[in-house]
Design a protein around this ligand. Sequence first.
Ligand code: HPA
Length: 326
Amino acid sequence: MNIANFSVNRRECAALFLLRYNEVINGTGMWALVFLPHGRRMDTMVTSYTTADYQKAAAVIREKTAQPVMTGIVLGSGLGGLADMIADAVTIPYSEIPGWARSTVHGHRGELVIGTLEGCPVVVQRGRAHLYEGYHPQQVTFPIRVMHFLGVQTVILTNAAGGLNPTFNGGDVMLINDHINLVGMSGNNPLVGPNDDSLGERFTGMVQTYDRSLRQLAHQVAREAGVTLREGVYVGLSGPTFETPAEIRMLRTLGGDAVGMSTVHEVVVARHMNKRVLAFSGITNVAFDSIDTDAETTHEEVLEVGAQIVPRLTAILRGVLRALAE
Ligand code: HPA
């Protein structure tokens, strides 16, 4: 791991500590230089992994299974059930993979499963790390880099999300056709820092992000499976607070159809490495846009409705994988 690119106004610095900060925050054991200026957050810090870190993680995974993988899948909150259907599964807890951030959230199991699904060789991330757990965007996206070194060409991401589009219902599945990366736009983009040209270009185009032919395939599969598939724009926030009604109205005005706390970072890194990307939101709750309610958004609701979404999402994913395997 390198430490690079610090730009801190020295006069603002009340203290400068070399601190094993990840050990303190989440136990992944990376070194980082942390500036603690008066009243400022730690986001002047930029860390970056090297290909050696990804290769080391990939090598540990390869010690457990030599099975080739073509497609990487990330299963979000309450959506992990799909991993139980994998044939010839080799399961590796995240804690056994060096550099891999552990999810601390209920509903995220924290294991990597390698095997085949509908004849398609897959590596499945059952649970992910989030920014709101205290992780850096590069830690959150570390698994996508490792997937690249395992041979993955296509990345399929899933998440639980709140519905912004007033026509959506809890339990719907939404195909993501575009995103608004509010977290990335405000500086927390995983590509901030030195660019490794061997992985991708300095400036990543995002127009062709959600692969058009994969989206068409998803619609075709959903039709055949009799599953209603919505489509729209996902807004990525940091969380962990759910949104206020005023924020919901704002996000709708911006053009969002669903809102969540993940996915956009992984998508950015996948596109940096020119992977084909397909992504789905399970709409676990319809966002409240008015303060005149006694209701509240809860994680329990997200997990409960997530479980109802699993069979619908599973039908679509199985169909897509079947087609990819052909
Ligand atoms: N907002 C943000 N993230 C979410 C939501 C929500 O309403 N539901 C599930 N994840």
